[in-house]
Design a protein around this ligand. Sequence first.
Ligand SMILES: [Zn+2]
Length: 538
Amino acid sequence: MTELIKISQGTVYDPANGIDGEVRDLWIAEGRMVDAPTQPNKKPSRVIDASGLVVMPGGIDMHCHIAGPKVNAARMMRPEEKHNGAIGSVPHTFATGTKYAGLGYTTAFDAAIPPLGARSAHEQFADTPCIDKGFYVLMGNNHYVMQSIQKNEPQKLKAFIAWLLTATKGFAPKLVNPGGVEVWKQTASGNEHGLDEHIDHFNVTPRQIVSQVATAAAELALPHPVHIHCNQLGMPGNWQTTLETMKALEGHCGHMAHIQFHSYGGGDGDENTFNSKVLQLAEYVNSHDNITVDVGQVLFGETTGMTADGPLGYFLSKLLGNKWYSHDTEMEAGCGITPIKYKNKSLVHALQWAIGLEWYLLVEDPWRVVMSTDHPNGGSFLAYPQIIRLLMDRTYRRDVLKTCHPLVSKRSTLADLDREYTLGEIAIITRAGPARILGLKNKGHLGPGADADITIYTPNENQETMFELPRLVIKGGTLIIDQGEVRQTPIGKTLHVQPEHDLDVEPDIQEWFEKHYSIQWRNYPVDASSIEQREVIS
Ligand SMILES: [Zn+2]
């Protein structure tokens, strides 16, 4: 007989279904949410008493770095963080899964996998328990993409994107410093490549890459159309490039990743003029509902910068004087890694912290702004409870602001922002919103048919305390975390897409592939049967 579980009398926050702190019962059967049984004397096989507790759907991290070749390189590169059993900013696979679940997160997406690293990423996913997973596929510096744009062959571009997502078992197209990484590989510059500067050799511009990939993704009706890491990440004055990138979408849906790192005023790399431009950018986002953002919040302390933006990794390592790693992934992508320590007394770092918070507080519609630290770039995902407190408690926020470099209050609007998030709004930016932006119909809510991914919290007036130690976490109907103790470690599903595409284009892709790649065409695609549990999202 199917086990019928009742979660009784919890205070439920389920914004996708319009429920904002109502006491009610929830029912689970076969790993999914179900309606209450219609027979009045139908007894549940198990009752979880949630009275006095807060119930939300499981958290969804839509932008983090938890798998693939660069994460593995970073794991090996940071032994100094792992002394005395510390998990460090780049935890190993098993700890990544259990620590996410320990915070009440049940789904996470790696934001930057080069196609050639797809197989390795899926192998790491198979060892990352407790959460469902997926990844975005790097294609903003892919030679076939740029060549199709140069030759004005949109049908080929569209077929290639669909083929590549299917071959890698990926979830969405990802652009990272579109064109700029290719420039870096050719000329050892590229971090400051502007949106309308031509990429030698291909004679295309980053703007063309953004607009044409967004157009193709829209025509393919992908659940998450295009995920964009803009050009000039981290550079003073980059906000105009960010604004132009939003315009380059030409009304198509697009998600701007870790927008905090792309919202800087000031000129010519000059720290003395560095300031926040969130007000200007948020105004554009507020009036254009085709655009969504995740924040990429910076938190003070030590972490690891890791990015497919090769030139940025190099730039940061020179700026900070730290060790670095760089990698070139054939015709596809690049990568850079370097340790970072964010300090509250540094004007630049403290402004980055403030700029992240401004984004949460200045985007009017919480459905279009998502919590992220760009783990581990701005800080570890383990800092999410701290961000929740910063958003819900303005007194705490102001106390932290007082410890920061004094010019932060002059160069950003943070000191003037009174807004405090409600629990319902936290539920939106950490689960319901990302589910909607990702097109995940069975996640981020607790209505009938949803995956039974549920987090139950003990209320506390200190929201950081409340969110860092959930009372219970349920994944697909199975209790996996009980007051911080790991009870079960189910492997979780891999979520991917396989859009239909024009098969007539494949011979052209194959011809190009065989001319340039170091591996055999037939060995490139990831075999679906190698993934233990997967779900195709359409
Ligand atoms: Zn990222």
